[in-house]
Design a protein around this ligand. Structure first.
Ligand SMILES: Cc1ncc(C[n+]2csc(CCOP(=O)(O)OP(=O)(O)O)c2C)c(N)n1
Length: 626
């Protein structure tokens, strides 16, 4: 039982607590977070690092009147626990449970929905402008990590904020980490601010010197300090980056010292300008395993509380594992291959590539737009960049794919990971839109492998193709089927593979759905229904020849894809039949409906939306009845 936490039902309950009680409360919250994430999985390290900041914010500010906007939102667990969701906390990230991210629909304390990085300053600035237009006077606080600050959007927002000069507070939660150690020039700069004792020492010495002067009044001292502080900063901190943008810089502050945090938050609460407080925290704080390896526990699967051991069965290989291994194999022979990640080296399985080919590996930061154009630049000079990126995050770079890759027809390979249902992270992270947002772009080749071997051959084909090339594969365990020859084989662009031939119905399956289509076919045959089963392999170019041939003998087609139906692969089949004037063929599409898909375990959601053996059988039977 948590003695203090049990009595905290909303942020108002914090106000009467002493510093000592707040410190004990921080420990109780950490314990609850660790035990819950050990059970459900979740963003452990970021949440353990931000307990004191969250407590101090809710202690000083008057939420929900004052607004806190969390960046990415993966660090909102303490916030949720303090804002009336302690009792539901055990359901976090589960089907029908509370979200692992801020959700307006969940609580009035959640000011702005997030999941994708680096939006907090933009959103806060918008909220601050709305407040002023409405002549209200609440505080607006954006909480952004140093990783999130590697994205262009954050700079666009700082640029705008510096000009608008709104009353806005930005808390920079600097733990020197994105998911992995943070990268980029700004992270060097923050490091200098963090570690250069000269600046802080000089400021303190200067202050005490002035205070000792009997001829100066207190107001003169503060005036002096203000001017001198600026001079000292200019002397010791190259660039004075934030201040030059018109944003007042405070810090660095120890992010685990509640007294220090509360003092500074109280001080800046009523400032009439935009201020940034640089807070230093330790990612994974308070749990030895996550302190030692914060990346591993950034987004952790369930683990053993006592030993920290991740419970996921290690022997299961994922699609990402196969991608990571294959690109190394190919890069040994093809020296022009460059691997690129946008701050996801671990998730995309590029850590080994980085070790083996450090000069041919780039982590561009949480900067998907930049990443794609950066790859296009490399491709324009004869390199073969492979951008490994999650489907959901690639959404950001639509224009760069169109304008900088597809239009000039540059050979950038996109290894789109987590394409499909991802599960517990919910609607912000489901990778279900990529087919729909890419299929209409000329020049792109778009594929989805059905097996481990096919993924390897597709990557090989993509590197050789000299075209913009997209390979999409889902989260989770790879499908191991077929005999390994140990050699790479080129796939014929735009050619599907007929797996089974039957006369009653044609099941056109894509990528991860091919396996279940085959399973469904077995069961259908037992019911005396004989399907043709096709591994489509390519969404674009579509194997139009095969589909048109099939329509000559089969009048019912089922398409199956792990993606949104509107504008997806099944839509491409319908467009083809419509364009070719084929009227005697009925098409039934299986895929995701026109809505944002909720959180829940991947298998459960796939089943719910009919992306399963049973789903296909049901669709076939319905189709044959009609
Ligand atoms: C657009 C986008 N790209 C990638 C991610 C994946 N991602 C989630 S958190 C994170 C790192 C965030 O680092 P930071 O902002 O420093 O927060 P911390 O977890 O260290 O507290 C990344 C890359 C994302 N959420 N959004």
């Amino acid at each position: 039982m948590s003695k203090i936490l049990d009595k905290v039902n909303n942020p108002g309950d914090l106000k009467s607590l002493s510093f000592e009680e707040l410190r004990i409360l921080a420990g109780e919250i950490r314990e609850l977070i660790i035990r819950t994430v050990a059970q459900n999985g979740g963003h452990l390290s970021s949440n353990l690092g931000i307990v004191e900041i969250s407590l101090a914010l809710h202690y000083v500010f008057d939420t929900p009147r004052d607004k806190i906007i969390w960046d990415v939102g993966h660090q909102c667990y303490t916030h949720k626990i303090l804002t009336g969701r302690r009792d539901k906390f055990s359901t976090i990230r589960q089907y029908n449970g509370i979200s692992g991210f801020p959700r307006r629909e969940e609580s009035i304390y959640d000011t702005f929905n997030t999941g994708h990085s680096s939006t907090s300053i933009s959103a806060s600035l918008g909220i601050a402008c709305a407040r002023d237009l409405q002549k209200k006077d609440y505080s607006v606080v954006a909480v952004i990590g140093d990783g999130a600050l590697t994205s262009g959007i954050a700079y666009e927002a700082l640029n705008n904020a510096g000009a608008l000069k709104k009353r806005l507070i930005i808390i920079l939660n600097d733990n020197e980490m994105s998911i992995s150690p943070n990268i980029g020039a700004l992270s060097f700069y923050l490091n200098r601010l963090r570690t250069d004792p000269r600046y802080n020492k000089a400021r303190e010495e200067f202050k005490s010197l002035l205070e000792k002067n009997p001829f100066l009044k207190k107001t003169d001292i503060s005036k002096f300090i203000k001017t001198a502080e600026k001079k000292i900063k200019e002397l010791f901190i190259p660039g004075v980056f934030f201040e030059e943008l018109g944003i007042r810089y405070f810090g660095p502050v120890n992010g685990h010292n509640l007294e220090e945090l509360i003092k500074i938050f109280k001080r800046i609460k009523n400032l009439k300008e935009t201020s940034l407080i640089h807070v230093i925290t330790k990612k994974g704080k308070g749990y030895p395993f996550s302190e030692k390896n914060p990346s591993l526990y950034h987004s952790a699967s369930p683990f053993d509380y006592r030993t920290g051991r991740i419970k996921e069965k290690k022997e299961r290989e994922s699609w990402s594992n196969i991608f990571g291994r294959t690109i190394i194999k190919l890069a040994k022979k093809e020296k022009k291959i460059i691997a690129i990640t946008a701050a996801m080296e671990r998730g995309t399985e590029l850590l080994k590539f980085k070790k083996q080919f450090p000069e041919r590996f780039f982590d561009t930061g949480i900067a998907e737009e930049h990443t794609v154009t950066f790859a296009a630049g490399l491709a324009s000079q004869g390199y073969k960049p492979v951008v490994a990126i999650y489907s959901t995050f690639l959404q950001r770079a639509y224009d760069q794919i169109l304008h900088d890759v597809a239009l000039p027809n540059l050979p950038v390979v996109f290894a789109i990971d987590r394409a499909g249902i991802v599960g517990p992270d919910g609607p912000t992270h489901q990778g279900i839109f990529d087919i729909a947002y890419l299929r209409h772009l000329p020049h792109l080749i778009i594929t989805a492998p059905a097996t481990e071997i096919e993924l390897q051959n597709m990557l090989y084909t993509a590197i050789k193709s000299n075209s913009p090339f997209v390979i999409r594969y889902p989260k989770g365990e790879v499908i191991k089927e077929g005999k390994k020859s140990g050699k790479f084989n080129s796939l014929k662009i735009g050619k599907a593979e007929v797996i089974e031939e039957g006369k009653d119905v044609a099941i056109l399956a894509l990528g991860s759905m091919v396996k279940i289509a085959k399973e469904a076919s077995q069961e259908l045959k037992e019911k005396k229904i004989n399907p043709t089963v096709v591994n489509m392999r390519f969404v674009k170019p579509l194997d139009t020849q095969l589909i048109l041939y099939l329509t000559k003998k089969i009048t019912r087609i089922i398409t199956v894809e792990e993606g949104i139906l509107k504008g997806g692969f099944g839509s491409a089949v319908i467009e083809l039949l419509q364009d070719e004037g084929i009227r005697n063929c009925q098409v039934k599409r299986i895929g995701l409906p026109d809505k944002f898909i909720e959180q829940g375990e991947r298998e459960r959601l796939l089943k719910k939306y009919g992306l399963s053996r049973e789903g296909i059988i049901k669709a076939v039977e319905e189709c044959l009845k009609e």
